[in-house]
Design a protein around this ligand. Structure first.
Ligand code: NDP
Length: 252
């Protein structure tokens, strides 16, 4: 694919995320607490997460490593961040969840595979074959420094929030409780807030349209879902903390 075609493809891909945002505000993806048997056949929840998330690092690595671009230290760092995030999300996270006996619709797994395929491809291909090379000096560029700080703040919030959520159930429990501690003090979905920060950080530190596309898609997926979770908590728990927002502390 030529550079120009890639840029047009990215414009279309980003436009799709923007178009889907209001639709996702109306229709919540039916997994986890929003699961429903109206969405066709399902498979085991952990297997679904493994399948849908593993595709991203595999495709990213293939296009990154087989591309002709000279690989510089900053680029190896980009690869390392992507791999570290997805090793956690696809392998460690699913096996830490207390979701034995729960399932996820094949439709959700398939659409997530498609989403991860495109984002893994666009980011791996851009870095491996298309983008300008990132010289060693990129490591001292304010974009790299600010971006990597935001990325790791996002990782810390995301992992801390996951830990709080995953510790709520005792072995064998399947229900939901009001999470406390960390950023749950301010918002209902700090795990999503952390994830969005991570990918905004990645877009800044790598400063390219493929990474911007992924950050926009992440926000487009997770902001509507956080609003649905927030509404669900308020309906389900009578004494749910009133000052807690959905996804952005003090604001939304
Ligand atoms: P949720 O917050 O809905 O659930 C995370 C885990 O915690 C699940 O195992 C869930 O169980 C459990 N859980 C959540 N709330 C409670 C509660 N109140 N009481 C007890 N257990 C609870 O997150 P998702 O499953 O939607 O997403 C998981 C991760 O994947 C997140 O960190 C998110 O950022 C990331 N993600 C990224 C996307 C992207 O576009 N980049 C898209 C989607 C997710 P159960 O499954 O039974 O509800």
């Amino acid at each position: 694919m030529s550079y120009d075609h890639f840029i047009y493809f990215m414009y279309a891909w980003i436009a799709l995320a923007i178009v889907l945002f209001p639709i996702q505000l109306k229709i919540t993806a039916p997994y986890g607490r929003h699961a429903s048997n109206k969405w066709g056949k399902s498979i085991d929840n952990r297997l679904g997460w493994l399948l849908m998330e593993l595709i991203s690092p595999v495709i990213f690595a293939i296009f990154f490593l087989t591309g002709d671009n000279a690989k510089t230290t900053p680029m190896w760092i980009f690869l390392g961040l992507w791999m570290a995030h997805y090793s956690y999300r696809s392998i460690i996270f699913p096996f830490r969840t207390k979701t034995t006996g729960k399932s996820i619709p094949i439709l959700i797994v398939s659409s997530a595979i498609f989403f991860n395929l495109i984002n893994g491809f666009t980011n791996g291909y851009y870095l491996g074959s298309l983008g300008l090379s990132y010289p060693q000096e990129w490591l001292y560029d304010p974009r790299f420094i600010i971006g990597i700080i935001i990325f790791f703040i996002g990782v810390a919030i995301n992992v801390q929030s996951d830990n709080i959520l995953l510790s709520l159930r005792k072995p064998g429990e399947k229900g939901y409780k009001v999470p406390q501690g960390g950023l749950f003090h301010r918002i209902s979905c700090p795990n999503y807030f952390g994830e969005i920060l991570e990918w905004i950080g990645f877009a800044i530190l790598s400063w390219n349209i493929a990474a911007v596309g992924f950050a926009i898609w992440t926000a487009s997926n997770l902001i509507p879902r956080a609003i649905s979770h927030h509404k669900w908590y308020r309906e389900k728990f009578e004494h749910y903390p009133k000052s807690r927002k959905a996804i952005i502390p003090f604001i939304w």
